[in-house]
Design a protein around this ligand. Structure first.
Ligand code: ATP
Length: 206
């Protein structure tokens, strides 16, 4: 990275499978950028475990490309292939350590939906991870906010951004795409991402 890393004081990491990336993901970045005053946000697509819903999953390259398209309007967002290209298993902990190495003086926020937030204790090296970054939780549909706030208190330095939940997931979108329900799918996808999916015939039934 050629820029002066010491000028970057607040960084967000946003991990996920992004299979496919949807408007709920972009909304998280927008809200976090505004509320936290981020200098940089790294979107890090993960290696994908096989799905069991009978619908084909997209390759790492396709997911990267869709993320690049979806986040192209956000000037501080950088889509990274770190986890996809790393040998062996790819953990969030390793990604955070890598970013901390590049930006030692920056505060690192780890953005996530409430499903990930509630399971954070089971992540690889979670205690070490929590020493390096601040988890930032966004609500999802059907959440019990009391439990989320309790979890944030238990973790100590966690943050909770209280946006009204948006009831959408990549799982639901894959179903819509497999049914060729383009009209419904387009409500949740960047139009260029939907065009890419259709052109490449992604998420058809296997
Ligand atoms: P899937 O249905 O395949 O599990 P997903 O929609 O949860 O996918 P991921 O790529 O797994 O998407 O999610 C990346 C991150 O975005 C996770 O932290 C997840 O909790 C969060 N997230 C995804 N959708 C939403 C949403 N609608 N509201 C809040 N957070 C979300």
């Amino acid at each position: 990275m050629s820029e002066n890393n010491s000028e970057i004081k607040k960084i967000a990491i946003f991990g996920g499978t992004f299979d496919p990336v949807h408007i709920g993901h972009k909304r998280i970045l927008r809200a976090a950028g505004k509320i936290l005053g981020l200098d940089r946000a790294f979107i890090v697509p993960a290696k994908e475990p096989p799905h069991k819903d009978g619908i084909k999953i997209a390759s790492g390259e396709d997911r990267l490309e869709m993320c690049r398209t979806a986040f192209s309007g956000l000037p501080k967002a950088v889509v990274s292939d770190w986890e996809l290209t790393r040998e062996g298993k790819s953990y969030s902990y390793d990604t955070v350590v890598g970013i901390k190495g590049l930006f030692p003086d920056a505060k690192i926020y780890f953005l996530m939906g409430s499903d990930m937030f509630m399971s954070i204790d089971s992540w690889h090296k979670s205690e070490d991870l929590l020493k390096l970054c601040i988890p930032v939780c966004m609500p999802r549909a059907g959440d019990d906010k009391y439990l989320l706030k309790l979890k944030a208190t238990e973790l100590g330095k966690a943050m909770f951004i209280d946006l009204p939940p948006l009831d959408i997931s990549s799982t639901r979108i894959r179903e819509l795409l497999a049914e060729e329900n383009w009209g419904e799918a387009e409500k949740y996808l960047d139009s260029r991402v939907l065009a890419y999916i259709r052109e490449r015939k992604l998420y058809t039934r296997s």
